[in-house]
Design a protein around this ligand. Structure first.
Ligand SMILES: [Fe+2]
Ligand SMILES: [Fe+2]
Length: 330
């Protein structure tokens, strides 16, 4: 039945002795070390399962909430071509959410429970989606920087240890590259436009640059769970490594657009072979994560409203499924 939330929970067998537990853990870690994907039926430590459920549900929520700032511009896209592209992109994001919820359900948590946690304000999503899309240029910047940062993250995730998550990431990354390119192409048009369009482009990048860098999370020194996640290969690269990768790839693209990035400390470091960059405003990051960003309340309200507005669809689907189940039982 559509609304049936009874997901098969991992079978409870008798508790293993501590010796058996140690053997199971060692075998699990060996599989991870040997790059053998962990599959739903495999034994896994409870903390590994919990960490994955938290991370994957947070990821799925980000895909779904991320539809809001862009959806805001669908009726105002400047041409039919732009509207079609934006519509396709937003639909992809909804699909990414469903894909990742399905992958997370293989760990024994239902999508309904995960979504309820989001409605109840108990689950988080990426801080970036609490910033508004104020101008049309923001649609391009979101594709270029936000999807660009997401790809950097997700390519690393696709090489992780949990099979269903990795496989979802491979497909999603292909779509994300389209998202990144449509954004960059939009900005490229603006960069060749009027002085007003160029100014709109620069203003948009000024607002989105730092929040995009925050998408990679706190500095490694302040990221307490990272070491365990790296050992389990849930994470393949550290927050700072990924952030650096993103910056190194993005700066030349900004130069090609003829814009400046709002960081006076940003410069190529010949010795390191990377760009140096300034300090991120971690206070702002904490502020947004705690629910006090510019759009946190608006995003939560829109999400809950969409759920409530969809109640009749769920009821109808359940009634339909019940009717067919009754017919089949006759
Ligand atoms: Fe996505
Ligand atoms: Fe995307």
């Amino acid at each position: 039945m559509y609304g049936d939330t009874s997901i098969q929970k991992p079978m409870k067998i008798a508790e293993p002795t501590s010796e058996e537990q140690a053997k199971l853990e060692a075998r699990f870690q060996q599989m991870v070390d040997d790059d053998i994907k962990i599959e739903p039926q495999d034994w896994m430590p409870d903390a590994y399962r919990k960490t994955l459920v938290r991370q994957m549900s947070q990821h799925a929520h980000s895909e779904v909430i991320g539809m809001q700032p862009e959806g805001n511009w669908l009726t105002r896209a400047p041409s039919l071509r732009r509207k079609v592209i934006l519509l396709a992109k937003i639909q992809d994001e909804g699909g990414h959410g469903l894909y990742i919820y399905s992958a997370a359900e293989t760990l024994g948590t239902s999508r309904e429970d995960m979504c309820k946690a989001l409605r109840d304000g108990k689950a988080k999503y990426s801080s970036i989606f609490n910033y508004p899309a104020l101008t049309w240029a923001d649609i391009g910047t979101i594709g270029w920087l936000v999807d660009g940062a997401a790809i950097t993250n997700q390519v690393a995730l696709s090489k992780g240890s949990y099979g269903p998550y990795c496989r979802a990431m491979i497909r999603i990354c292909k779509e994300e590259s389209f998202h990144q390119r449509q954004g960059y192409e939009l900005l490229l048009s603006l960069s060749k436009g009027t002085a007003e369009q160029k100014a709109m482009l620069q203003d948009s990048v000024n607002r989105f640059w730092w929040p995009s860098l925050m998408m990679f999370g706190p500095n490694d020194a302040d990221s307490p769970h990272s070491a365990q996640s790296m050992k389990w290969k849930i994470k393949k690269k550290s927050n700072d490594q990924l952030r650096q990768e993103f910056i190194d790839a993005t700066v030349p693209q900004a130069e090609f657009l003829g814009i400046t990035l709002p960081d006076p400390d940003l410069k190529w470091n010949e010795e390191r072979g990377h760009y140096d960059y300034g300090e991120i405003d971690w206070e702002e990051f904490a502020h947004v994560i705690k629910g006090n960003g510019p759009c946190n309340k608006q995003r939560a309200a829109a999400y809950t409203k969409a759920h409530e507005d969809g109640a009749w669809v769920r009821e109808a689907a359940n009634a339909y499924a019940a009717k067919h189940a009754a017919q089949a039982a006759e």
